[in-house]
Design a protein around this ligand. Structure first.
Ligand code: SAH
Length: 214
């Protein structure tokens, strides 16, 4: 499936029925989601791989990964209502995904999930609850060999330091995240936030890859 076709398919998906500000429930625009997924696909991180979407919301990233040929896709989402929408969206596009209602802060989750080739996520940026992104990064680095995440441009330096010794940033792609007026505290109809898609590679995998090359 080509990039444009993927974007068109993702545009058909339903959004949050009643978005919750405290969970930073913003559906990723189809164009940005397709970009992340297609880039991961081109890097060999999607087709035939096991993929986990953390904070899967209405299922956009998880569904897109399935459309690009991922072997097994699991979504983890704290909000039951969002999972209900995600399941409907999966049915609409005729894909099979295991959506789990769970909190990424749950310490038993790592055991339950096991490991994945690839983690994809658009986590909360921590705008409502400071550091809400950290448990996402922590869990992703424990369960996934490679992680693709969407982050606020300003947070790259923090992330670099935060993941030190655990993972490296192996790629950065710039993008824009148009946020439509969703919550009462939004003052503009659409506000564009500069974001970066970061590809994080677990340190032990980075070392293995280097060994293979030499
Ligand atoms: N992945 C979706 C949604 C991104 S918005 C998309 O790309 O469109 C971030 C999502 O993380 C929301 O659905 C929110 O409910 C979820 N979330 C926030 N805190 C969470 C937590 N502690 N555990 C699991 N999911 C959480």
């Amino acid at each position: 499936m080509r990039l444009r076709k993927l974007e068109i398919a993702l545009q058909r998906l339903a959004g949050f029925s009643s978005p919750r500000a405290e969970l930073e429930q913003y559906q990723t625009p189809a164009s940005l989601a397709a970009r992340l997924l297609f880039d991961a696909y081109m890097k060999g991180d999607i087709e035939g791989k096991s993929v986990c979407d953390l904070g899967s919301g209405t299922g956009l990233l998880a569904i897109g990964a399935t459309l690009l040929g991922a072997k097994i896709v699991t979504g983890v989402e704290i909000d039951q209502k969002a999972v209900a929408v995600a399941n409907k969206n999966a049915t609409l596009l005729n894909v099979d995904i295991n959506f789990i209602v769970a909190d990424v802060n749950d310490t038993t989750l790592k055991e339950r999930l096991g490991t994945f080739d690839t983690v994809i996520m658009n986590p909360p940026f921590g705008a409502q609850n400071a550091h809400a992104d950290r448990p996402f990064i922590d869990l992703a680095l424990q369960i996934g060999k490679v992680t693709y995440g969407i982050f606020n441009v300003g947070s790259r330096q923090f992330i670099e330091t935060y993941i030190l010794g655990r993972a490296n940033i192996s790629q950065v792609i710039g993008g824009k995240l148009p946020i439509k007026r969703t919550f009462a505290f939004h003052t503009k109809d659409v506000q564009e936030i500069e974001v970066e898609i970061l590809r994080l590679i677990q340190t032990k995998n980075a070392i293995q890859a280097a060994h293979k090359k030499s």
